[in-house]
Design a protein around this ligand. Structure first.
Ligand code: ARG
Length: 565
């Protein structure tokens, strides 16, 4: 039973209807520090009713309250501080974790409803950028977290595989393209073509016209245009898939923008029928003044569709296909205007479910403090970066544990985990500076540090030949308070998961698991876990429970936990 509930009940019993147990429950606080107890009840709200000072109320109540469920109860000024019976709490938490294992903290809030996650969504024929990495990693974690809360996550990769840039690309390929070169290095070559045509178009507007014409052909199903588009798309996907495999991320759907080609007419029709479409200089727009937003352009004057047109079709398609409880878009903060418009247009169309759409934004990554820019050469190419992270992890493993079996596999788990963890540990709206050396370090607030804490526990448990024992009567009397911090953290895990979900903020969980790993390392430094005393079994069971939660937290961040490293 929840300790706060017990506290509320014992207070209510002495107050004879002055306050209900529910009301008391809401008033309970956490004391400022651990020496002041575990739960505090402020007495201010009783002063008026009882015509006494809060201090006096606290002193008098402490005399009356039944202390049997607690270690002790103290009045400190206007507060009553409750000190929990730590052994009882410890037994409860640890036995629950032993019993439920990784399903500890599962909550059936979602009741099997779908949550769609629009994630990753790189642009075909361009390199997989760091923004797409952030989107992939943050969304993957949110998906796991929502799954733990009883939702079914639907990971959707809304590939950028349509739009005027394909007109540019086809024009460039027709002018300067080399089939062999594109086959050998698709993304490099296509990017070169794209950069070249954009540069030339600045002085030669004719090229822009041609590109527009090619894109229209594409939208109208021209065979030649489609064949080229398909080819570029296939080649890009092969490269992207390699990255996803390395990162151990997969999708339920790869329906990108092109998938909605035949679904946009319906949107335009609906908008027209509802009288929302306005002609403006030949283009069709939806006015969003009452939302304080710029008008949304749905069709250009030449009839071409836009990014938002496809997003409108996608939103409707997802509602019909998945009947989502929430539709989450993990996309950089620079697109927040776009998502406001998207929601507003759907709201205007009368779709109440537009309220269930959430733009989960994130900040920019810099390198050496500078903004990333493909043109200025300050780029992070993802694939070689992942490979280097794995390489560096392997080097550290070779230094620390050269005899380790499956070194390559572990190095991959550590290297990839390092990049993910570093991304996830800061509040998502804050960017960060990309620093591979810091990411893969075994020291500091890093993925490898957490993985290493778990591997250390596994090694102790192996040495002890530990087997879990259900319903063990635990006791920790002999080793002071070192274990209490761990117990408190374990107890906080379920609410931490819930908070991370509510805020769409995996960093809450990342910070939690850092705390847990640090707390374990302090315990390990102060307590002789393997000492043959009557409490050995309790200590082993405690660290076993810690390892369950370390692993589960990492799993929710999309990170693996090697048993040894
Ligand atoms: N491909 C886009 C980009 O790289 C991101 C797409 C985000 N998702 C969406 N439904 N608009 O900027």
């Amino acid at each position: 039973m929840n300790e706060k509930k017990i506290v509320a009940q014992v207070i209510a019993k002495e107050l004879n209807d002055e306050l209900t147990s529910d009301k008391i429950y809401e008033l309970l606080e956490s004391p400022k520090n651990i020496e002041m107890g575990d739960i505090a009840f402020p007495t201010f709200s009783l002063a008026k009713k009882l015509h006494k000072s809060p201090q006096m109320i606290a002193t008098e109540l402490v005399e009356k309250i039944d202390v049997s469920s607690f270690e002790k109860i103290e009045a400190t000024g206007p507060y009553i501080n409750f000190f929990l019976d730590k052994n009882a709490v410890a037994s409860d938490v640890i036995n629950e974790i032993v019993d439920k294992s990784e399903s500890y903290g599962n909550q059936n809030i979602g009741q099997g409803r779908n949550v769609t996650l629009d994630m990753s969504s790189p642009n075909i024929a361009k390199p997989f950028g760091i923004g797409h990495l952030r989107s992939t990693v943050i969304a993957d974690s949110i998906a796991f977290i929502y799954e733990k809360l009883g939702y079914i996550p639907v990971r959707i990769n809304h590939l950028g595989d349509w739009g005027k840039q394909f007109g540019m690309l086809i024009t460039a390929y027709e002018l300067w393209g080399d089939e062999e070169a594109v086959k050998a290095h698709p993304i490099d070559e296509l990017l070169k073509l794209y950069v070249k045509i954009n540069a030339e178009a600045e002085t030669n507007p004719q090229l822009d016209e041609e590109a527009r014409a090619w894109f229209l052909k594409l939208e109208n199903g021209d065979k030649e245009a489609l064949a080229l588009w398909q080819w570029f798309r296939d080649e890009s996907l092969i490269e992207f898939q390699r990255i996803y495999d390395k990162m151990n991320v997969s999708f339920a759907s790869m329906n990108g923008e092109a998938f909605y080609n035949d679904k946009m007419d319906e949107i335009v029709d609906l908008l027209e029928k509802k009288g929302l479409l306005i002609e403006s200089q030949g283009a069709s727009i939806v006015d969003l003044q009452k939302y304080n937003l710029n008008p949304a352009m749905i069709k250009k004057s030449d009839g071409a569709t836009l990014y938002i047109t496809r997003d409108l079709a996608a939103a409707l398609y997802r509602k019909r296909t998945y009947d989502f409880a929430k539709s989450i878009y993990v996309v950089g903060n620079e697109q927040s205007g776009h998502f406001k418009q998207l929601k507003a247009v759907l709201k205007e169309m009368g779709y109440a479910w537009s309220d269930d759409m959430v733009h989960v934004a994130f900040g920019l990554v810099t390198k050496d403090g500078k903004k990333l820019s493909t043109r200025k050469g300050n780029v992070i190419l993802l694939e070689p970066t992942i490979d280097e992270a794995i390489e560096r992890s392997l080097k550290q493993i070779n230094d620390k544990n050269p005899k380790l079996a499956n070194k390559e596999k572990v190095a991959t788990q550590v290297g990839v985990g390092a990049i993910k963890f570093y991304d996830l540990k800061t509040d998502r709206m804050n960017g960060y500076d990309f620093n591979l050396e810091k990411m893969v370090s075994f020291e500091g607030e890093t993925g490898p540090y957490v993985q290493y804490a778990n591997a250390r526990i596994q090694s102790i448990l192996r040495k002890a030949n530990f087997k879990v024992n259900l319903n063990l009567q635990l006791s920790f009397l002999e080793n002071g308070s070192e274990h209490w911090e761990l117990i408190t953290l374990l107890k906080d895990f379920p609410t931490t998961v819930k908070r991370a979900a509510d805020k769409y903020e995996p960093s809450i969980l990342a910070k939690y698991v850092i705390n847990l790993a640090q707390s374990f390392n302090r315990y390990y430094a102060h307590v002789r876990i393997l000492d043959e005393t009557s409490e050995r079994e309790s200590r082993l069971t405690l660290i076993y429970a810690v390892s369950v939660i370390l692993k589960e937290s990492l799993r929710l961040l999309g990170i693996e936990s090697p048993e040894e490293m």
